[in-house]
Design a protein around this ligand. Structure first.
Ligand SMILES: [Cu+2]
Length: 195
């Protein structure tokens, strides 16, 4: 405002008008900025909502039990009489909370299944319970067929036990892995002949 103002009295009206114009302009600009910010925020919220919906749908589709074709290799049920029970732990080999720091700097955080080698008999229902021991880390369990295709995919939430009864109908060596911690968090299930 001061640049428009001169000391002479008869220009007071012009000065006031210019000041008024400046205020109107800045208010308009400010209103436009607020409107733009509001629209941008609404757009961001919509995008976030869409992302959340998509990731929700994606996560629902990501985890699955054996389908009809996979069930010819292994059937998985929640309960029943079992011939054997096996507990598999998620072991924190090198993690940020406890180190060693140099190992994590070199490899990143390292986890493992413990045990990572299981033997079962064909046709023998076997309970396998997966314990996620980490309080703040997700793991998952992908059981693979002999060509490496996923037969099933389970989420192992932090501090949880995930238990199913597996009956293999096919002998041989089947891999499993945590898809979140590759390439190190793996194991194998050897399916032996019936005893
Ligand atoms: Cu993992």
């Amino acid at each position: 405002m001061s640049q428009h103002c001169v000391s002479t009295f008869h220009r007071r009206a012009i000065c006031l008008w210019l000041a008024y114009r400046d205020i109107v302009r800045s208010t308009t600009a400010c209103t436009a900025a607020i409107l733009f910010a509001t629209v941008a925020a609404a757009g961001a919220a919509n995008t976030a909502g869409a992302t959340a919906t998509m990731s929700g749908a994606a996560s629902a589709a990501r985890y699955f039990m054996p389908d009809a074709a996979a069930s010819k290799i292994v059937t998985v049920v929640t309960a029943g009489t079992v011939a054997a029970s096996i507990v598999v732990l998620t072991a924190a080999v090198a993690v940020k909370e406890t180190g060693p720091k140099a190992t994590i700097e070199h490899f990143g955080e390292v986890y493992a299944f413990l045990p990572n080698f299981i033997a079962v008999h064909r046709g023998e229902p076997t309970r396998i319970t997966l314990w996620n021991l980490q309080p703040d880390d997700d793991h998952d369990f992908v059981l693979e067929d002999r060509s490496g295709e996923a037969l099933m995919h389970l989420r192992l939430a932090p501090l949880s036990k995930t238990s199913y009864v597996y009956t293999f109908h096919s002998e041989g060596l089947f891999g499993f892995r945590c898809a979140l911690h590759q390439p190190e968090m793996n194991g194998q299930i050897l399916v032996l002949p019936p005893r």
